[in-house]
Design a protein around this ligand. Structure first.
Ligand SMILES: C[S@@+](CC[C@H](N)C(=O)[O-])C[C@H]1O[C@@H](n2cnc3c(N)ncnc32)[C@H](O)[C@@H]1O
Length: 188
């Protein structure tokens, strides 16, 4: 584990730097509302999850940064869980929807993370992974900046993200708009 965690430090002003806004594309791509539970993994301060509470039976924000989770705890109706995406403390099939926004490039083991997302997704459920689209020049520059800031980021293209699920029978599609890309993974 790194001695210095950027998100622990950024937590109190994270939403000043990246202001919350209704995640309209995510709501559509995640096919919300759902009757079941929703997990926002790497959900940080609940910046995104705060807009999802009316759309699922419960909304869980899981993150490894306790200061980020402390901010999520201030928000109504969010359940906060300290967890690594590589080893989720949830039962098989616990969630009808799983979203992961701007977090996959920060995790150390992306393959183990994908396996855990798949394990904890219920049949008929859907995972939506939103990432900066590293195929664009702007995000390539961002990737270099994060490397310079020693953030250990490892950006994957949407196709590489989809390939993390290739051992499953998932139905997968990719969407992209502007600087973002979404990988939508469905379990039949
Ligand atoms: C850029 S922030 C995004 C937070 C939130 N998804 C959002 O869009 O506002 C990335 C988050 O991923 C979390 N993170 C990084 N690696 C993780 C891991 N292996 N397991 C869980 N969370 C992780 C960080 O602590 C941080 O809160």
């Amino acid at each position: 584990m790194p001695i210095f965690d950027h998100f622990d430090f950024l937590a109190p002003f994270y939403e000043t730097v990246i202001p919350p806004k209704v995640p309209q594309t995510l709501l559509t791509l995640a096919d919300l509302p759902t009757q079941g539970a929703l997990l926002d993994i790497g959900g940080g301060t609940g910046r995104v999850a705060q807009f999802l509470t009316g759309y699922a039976s419960s909304v869980v924000v899981a993150d490894l940064s306790l200061p980020m989770l402390a901010e999520a705890q201030r928000k109504d109706a969010l359940l906060s869980v300290a967890a690594h995406s590589e080893r989720l403390p949830f039962a098989d099939g616990a969630f009808a929807r799983i979203v992961m926004v701007d977090a996959l490039h920060h995790v150390i083991d992306q393959r183990a993370t994908a396996a855990e997302l798949w394990r904890t997704l219920q049949p008929g459920g859907r995972i939506v992974i939103e990432e900066p689209d590293v195929r664009t020049l702007t995000v390539k520059v961002l990737a270099l900046a994060e490397k310079a800031a020693l953030m250990r980021s490892h950006f994957l293209t949407p196709t590489q993200i989809a390939a993390l699920f290739e051992h499953t029978d998932a139905s997968i599609r990719i969407e992209a708009s502007g600087f973002n890309a979404w990988v939508i993974v469905e379990k039949t």
